[in-house]
Every structure is written in C-alpha cells, then in structure tokens.
Write a protein that binds this ligand. Structure first.
Ligand code: CA
Ligand code: CA
Length: 337
C-alpha cells in the first residue's frame, strides 16, 4: 500500500523538524486526494489505522477543488461558461445532475476528513477552465468581469463550508493564458491587475492597501492620488471596489482603514480655484493702478503680503513681485490706516 512509504516519509520530516520528540512542529503533513473522489483515500487511512493504530502521522487532508464548466458544451459561448459556472458549478444549491458542483465536492471532502478528525486544506485550486473545445472562449472568460464575481463566489463557498482560516493555495501567481489553461491570477507579474487577481486582493487585503504591504498609509494615499479620476484601474492602482475608476468611493475605503493622516483627494486638474476678496484687498484695489502689470489680469485673492500675513490676516503670494512691489510694501498697503 502506497501510504506505508508516505508514513515513513512523514516520520523523516517529523524527526528533522523536531516533531517526533514532541516539540513544536513546523512541518505539517497532508494527505492529498482528488477533490471529486475523496473516498479514494479511505483505504489508505484505514490501512494506517490498522498498521499504526491511527493516522497520527497525517496532519491534514488536502484537495485541489478547481472549478470548471460541467461539460464542454457549456464553452460554446463565454456567456454559456458563466451561466454554467455561476448558476450551477458554483451555486450554493447546485442541481443534483451536476457532478462538478463545488459544494458537493467540498461536502464529500469534509465528510471523509471528519472520519479521521483531519482538517481540510486546498493544496491547489482556483478556476480550471481548460480543454481543447472552444479554448478561445475559455481564455476570453479570464478577462471577463464575471470572472471576478465567479472567483469571489467560489471562495464564499470555501469560507462557508471549510472556513476562511483553512489554508488555500491558489494556483497560481502569474502565468500566460494558452492551450493548456489560463492558470495565472495575473497574466504577467508586471500587470497592474486582472479579474482573478483583484478578486483575490479583495478577499485577502484590507481596503486601501494598494501596495499590498499590509498597512494602509501615506504610500497607498500617494498611489490613489496619482490615479484619481482615471478609468481602467485595478486594486493596486487604487480601485478598491472594482468599478474600474479611482474616485471618492475608493478614497472613502482607504480613509476608513488608514493609519495616520487622512488621505485627501487631489485638486482636479481642470477645476476652478476661487478666492474671495478680503476687505483689505478692496482697500488695496482702490489705490492707483500699479505701474507694472494689469490689475485686471490678476486673480482676486487674499494673498499679497508674504511674511507679514500674520499681522494682516492674509496669505502669501508672488503677486507682489508681479506689481513690482516688495512684500513689505504690499503689507503696508494692505494694513488698515
Ligand atoms: Ca499599503
Ligand atoms: Ca473604484
């Protein structure tokens, strides 16, 4: 029986990592089995119990519950793919005719693991759209916005049935789409985002953590500000609600979780900057027209007397030099007489 050498292999790891002596173990030993056929491992577990008294050398049962369409005919259109995935394969109450329904797989996996008091983890998983029929549609589905929703729907099932805290190894980080599948959450690690990647970020990161460093702070604010108002954006560019645009909603998400100063939206590049004349400015405007420049060309504002603003109650401006006056001269003109 193949589990006998597996057991010996497990014991070697336990010895090397100090588990055999009862120390805290860094290595946890899983027993893998197909998610759709968990009963296949039962003979092995029974053998271990008989031979060793328990399956004690095994810490976990591990499966790879990839989700895929239930039959190639569903790939004739991209719509067909998502109708089958979202309405059947990933449904919380799937049709009994669907032998690829994730709920049914996970329930059977949990039942098998429970027989031996083993936790369930996923040693691989994610979407598994692959096959020779209509491969173009399977690849097109990867960048369809419904893939974002399908990925979240998938993990909602995992979270509900198995548990958020149970290890799930998503396959894989970045890989190109091709005839043998489209496994990468990102197509290229240089990409700013993708439907699958952004779904994973939304499930694992705090809203606002654009640079994925585990905190929401000024660095994330800078990213959001740099992309504010842009469309075609992704999580790592500041689009936390996946509507494609970086805007006030994303800013609110960031500020709800930020450590340190609140993040402010940048001024719009085509916006208006308005100032309200101060009584002292009106006084200044009544003075003879300056020798240099045109008064009419100047934006009315409160700022004229740099360095003396505290006394006058007005701000600083470079307009003084425009009129050929020093800040002190401007201050004198702005001060009550
Ligand atoms: Ca961050
Ligand atoms: Ca957004």
């Amino acid at each position: 029986m193949s589990l006998a050498p597996d057991r010996r292999q497990s014991d070697i790891f336990r010895t090397v990592f100090g588990c055999a002596s009862g120390g805290r173990c860094q290595a946890r030993i899983p027993m893998n089995v197909q998610a759709a056929n968990p009963a296949e491992v039962d003979d092995g577990f029974q053998f271990l119990k008989k031979a060793f008294g328990s399956v004690g050398a095994i810490d976990l049962m591990a499966v790879a519950p990839y989700f895929d369409i239930d039959g190639d005919s569903n790939a004739s259109t991209v719509d067909g793919i998502f109708t089958n995935l979202q309405g059947s394969v990933l449904a919380s109450n799937p049709p009994s005719s669907n032998s690829n329904a994730i709920v049914n797989w996970l329930k059977a996996d949990l039942a098998e693991a429970a027989l031996y008091n083993l936790p369930l983890i996923a040693y691989e998983g994610g979407q598994g759209l692959s096959g020779s029929a209509n491969q173009d549609n399977r690849i097109a589905a990867q960048s369809d916005p419904r893939m974002y929703d399908a990925t979240r729907q998938y993990f909602a099932l995992w979270d509900t049935l198995v548990g958020k805290k149970q290890l799930f190894t998503y396959y894989t980080y970045a890989a190109g789409d091709g005839a043998w599948g489209a496994w990468g959450a990102l197509v290229s690690q240089a990409d700013p985002g993708a439907q699958k990647w952004d779904a994973l970020m939304s499930l694992t990161r705090t809203g606002g953590d654009a640079n994925l460093d585990g905190t929401v702070d000024a660095a994330d604010c800078a990213i959001l500000r740099a992309n504010f108002g842009k469309t075609g954006m992704w999580w790592m560019q500041g689009d936390f609600n996946h509507d494609g645009t970086v805007d006030a909603a994303d800013l609110a998400t960031l500020n709800a979780n930020v450590t340190g100063a609140q993040c402010a939206a940048p001024l719009p590049s085509n916006g208006r900057i308005m100032a309200v004349p101060h009584p002292r400015l009106e006084y200044w405007m009544k003075l003879p027209k300056p020798a240099v420049g045109s008064r009419e060309s100047v934006v009315p504002c409160l700022a004229f007397a740099s360095g003396s603003s505290a006394k006058t109650g007005v701000g600083a401006s470079t307009r003084d030099s425009y009129y050929g006056r020093s800040a002190a001269q401007a201050h004198r003109r702005l001060s009550p007489r």
